[in-house]
Design a protein around this ligand. Structure first.
Ligand SMILES: [Zn+2]
Length: 235
């Protein structure tokens, strides 16, 4: 028992840099709202699957803009790290079927008078602004900043590009599921709701990625130079 509680001896772990894990690969032809740099039509997102590494801005989370025509020498198997921090950060490989949707900004982004009017209006029409109209759930490109669900945003603008201080904009959102009880009206047609039961993965979370305690990790890209390291914020 003592050995179990002591954990794995760090000196026995392999040393040296870890390969980053592929997270998403998106082609401009499939995602028309993705704003690519002029000479790129492919976005590759990679991260180091450790809880304390995926948030903030560091080499542990990277976006690579490439030209799809240049990607010719494809590895059969992606290199794997010798060990990982959290297997909830290893996506189950799956293909994406992007759908263009219109979402409205979260209530946090609106003037108080406007969201008060919205809340009165949603009572009249029987829709939830938060669940049905703002912040579409699921993996997505672009859109609005996700609402903060478990803390207030930093007073300093934590979403500025640390490299050049330019503003950033939402690039990719990695949630912990495609919809939940409140946002079920966004469920794609054909994806039947399912009980929380095997077989996994199901439609609710086909990637099997869970961010921390079921949060959302949003990637913000630099508006001045999209090749700067992204800022990631857990929301
Ligand atoms: Zn920048």
């Amino acid at each position: 028992m003592e050995r179990i509680h002591a954990g794995h001896a760090p000196q026995l772990l392999p040393t040296g840099p870890h390969p980053l894990m592929p997270v998403a690969q998106l082609y401009a032809r499939d995602v028309p709202d993705m704003t690519c740099p002029q000479d790129a039509d492919l976005l590759q997102v990679l991260w180091c699957p450790f809880d304390d590494a995926i948030e903030g801005c560091s080499e542990a989370v990277q976006v690579r803009w490439r030209r799809a025509a240049d990607v010719t020498d494809i590895l059969v198997a992606a290199p794997e790290p010798a060990y990982i921090g959290n297997d909830d950060l290893i996506p189950t490989p799956c293909v994406v079927h992007p759908e263009q949707v219109r979402e409205y900004p979260s209530a946090d982004e609106l003037e108080e008078e406007l969201w008060r009017r919205l809340y009165r209006w949603e009572d009249e029409i029987g829709l939830s602004y938060r669940g049905d109209l703002s912040g579409a759930p699921g993996w997505k490109v672009g859109g609005w900043a996700a609402p903060f669900t478990f803390r207030e945003p930093d007073e300093e603008d934590e979403r500025r590009c640390p490299t050049c201080q330019a503003p950033t904009s939402p690039l990719l959102t990695v949630p912990s599921g495609e919809w939940d009880g409140e946002s079920g009206s966004w469920r794609p047609a054909g994806d039947e709701p399912e009980a929380d039961a095997p077989p996994y993965p199901g439609n609710v979370n086909p990637t099997q990625v869970t961010v921390s305690r079921g949060y959302t990790l949003q990637f913000y890209g630099c508006t001045s130079d999209p090749r700067h390291l992204p800022v990631t914020v857990m929301q």
